[in-house]
Design a protein around this ligand. Structure first.
Ligand code: CAA
Ligand code: FAD
Length: 380
């Protein structure tokens, strides 16, 4: 067992840290406040190879492993959790399925621009009436011979307005239940496809979240991803990996808040000494450090399992469940360590606290992670 990062991994950490500190940090408060999408930075993330980190270079990716991916995400999320989720959705939710199940033509046409950072992708599973209960898809894709006719609404779609390529899940054969669900590749601009207004969110405000509406959209058969009826399984397999990304995002949020709290506690004085010398504050820092270290081991282990091609579904659910709870707990305490200063925007911790909350909700709520974990452990 080797807990050291390789030289290559250390270089990735450094590159991501430099980018986050020098490029993302200066405007992060304004982007959050005004809900500005970080367009120019997403372009730079593409140039750095962050938008298709695990994709084979022949399809425009960086050809790196999942450990590299979580290391980069963690560094970005310490500074800007919105940039981290934009990256995570493109990598784990869109590039993954296209690379694993796409035809050669689909990979050339859709994966290449996404993995190389020229275009952005979105993953559309959730609906107004189907979030946790993802099998009850109301969106329909009726088989019309040479094409599918797509109708329905998707909710809460990350990169919803900024993406060019969408993986959309829809029910083709109701009688087959979830075995009748298909995954379709949809292009922005297809006739009958419209995008709702940007959601005004609590956190990750500079990432864009939209609903998507489909009215009699004609989707060519060659745009189906995977075999007929394979859509739900593809969604579940995708989310197994996606949850590693969100766990890394949560870890980064927690670690970012902790670093701010630790530094602040050494500078701020009360009753004649730095507040870190009050045991109540020192113990908060000790708890944060302990929980973050445990979360980090879980996140890295899930990524490592994926790299080893070993089963990682339960591990990614555990990592996501734990890291998101740690992100929430740590950010609340980081605000507390900052006192009144923590409650205003300049000190960053209030934003991290708002950002942390979503990690307990998307890509499966904490309650859903417990379902995934308990089913797996009872099965074995
Ligand atoms: N890999 C492969 N197949 C899987 C699987 C996995 N991890 N998990 C389930 N399946 C298969 C099952 O084997 C079953 O198929 P078979 O009958 O052929 O064996 C089928 O899927 C249905 O499984 P279940 O009976 O377990 O289905 P369920 O209705 O009980 O629900 C669930 C399972 C785990 C709760 C699932 O609905 C779920 O994950 N819900 C949460 C949805 C979610 O995470 N959404 C995230 C949207 S994306 C997002 O949020 C992105 C973002 O923010 C950036
Ligand atoms: P519900 O499923 O209605 O759940 C409500 C509550 O009930 C939760 O606490 C839940 O845990 C609990 N609950 C539900 N069922 C059970 C059960 N069986 N046992 C115990 N508790 C249960 N979706 C996408 O497809 N693509 C995206 O890119 C995407 N991005 C998102 C970005 C944001 C900012 C947000 C807010 C959401 C995003 N989502 C996306 C949707 C997200 O995945 C769902 O919101 C999430 O899965 C929960 O679904 P829901 O909101 O319908 O809540």
């Amino acid at each position: 067992m080797d807990f050291n990062l390789s030289e290559e991994h250390q270089m990735i950490v450094q590159a991501a840290r430099d980018f986050a500190q020098t490029e993302l940090k200066p405007g992060v408060i304004e982007r959050d406040e005004k809900q500005y999408f970080p367009t120019e930075f997403v372009k730079k993330m593409g140039e750095l190879g962050f938008m298709g980190m695990m994709v084979d270079p022949i399809y425009g990716g960086a050809g790196l492993d999942a450990v590299s991916y979580v290391l980069a995400l963690e560094e970005l999320a310490k500074i800007d959790a919105s940039a981290a989720v934009i990256m995570s959705a493109n990598n784990s939710l869109v590039c993954f399925g296209l690379e694993k199940y796409g035809t050669e033509a689909q990979k050339r046409k859709y994966l290449f621009p996404l993995a190389s950072g020229q275009q952005l992708g979105a993953f559309a599973l959730s609906e107004p009436e189907a979030g946790s209960d993802a099998t009850s898809q109301h969106t329909t894709a009726i088989d019309m011979g040479d094409h599918y006719l797509l109708n329905g609404t998707k909710n809460w779609i990350t990169n919803g307005g900024t993406a060019s390529i969408y993986i959309v899940f829809a029910q083709t054969d109701v009688a087959k239940g979830y075995h009748g669900i298909n995954a379709l590749i949809i292009e922005k601009g297809m006739e009958g496809f419209s995008i709702g207004p940007k959601e005004n969110k609590l956190g990750i405000r500079s990432s864009d979240t939209h609903s998507l509406m489909f009215t009699d959209v004609k989707v060519p058969k060659e745009n189906r991803l995977g075999e007929d009826g394979f859509g739900f399984r593809l969604a579940m397999e995708t989310l197994d990996g996606g949850r590693i990304g969100i766990a890394a995002q949560a870890l980064g949020i927690a670690a970012g808040a902790y670093e701010l709290a630790r530094n602040y506690s050494k500078e701020r004085k009360s009753f004649g000494k730095p507040i870190c010398e009050h045991q109540a504050i020192a113990f908060k820092l000790a708890d944060m450090e302990t929980q973050i270290e445990a979360a980090r081991l879980l996140v890295y282990k899930s990524a490592w399992l994926k790299d080893q091609k070993m089963p990682y579904g339960k591990s990614s659910a555990i990592a996501k469940l734990y890291a998101s709870e740690v992100a929430m707990q740590t950010t609340i305490e980081a605000v507390q360590v900052h006192g009144g200063y923590g409650y205003v925007k300049e000190y960053h911790v209030e934003r991290l606290m708002r950002d942390a909350k979503i990690t307990q909700i998307y890509e499966g709520t904490s309650e859903i992670q417990k379902i995934v974990i308990s089913r797996d452990l009872l099965k074995s």
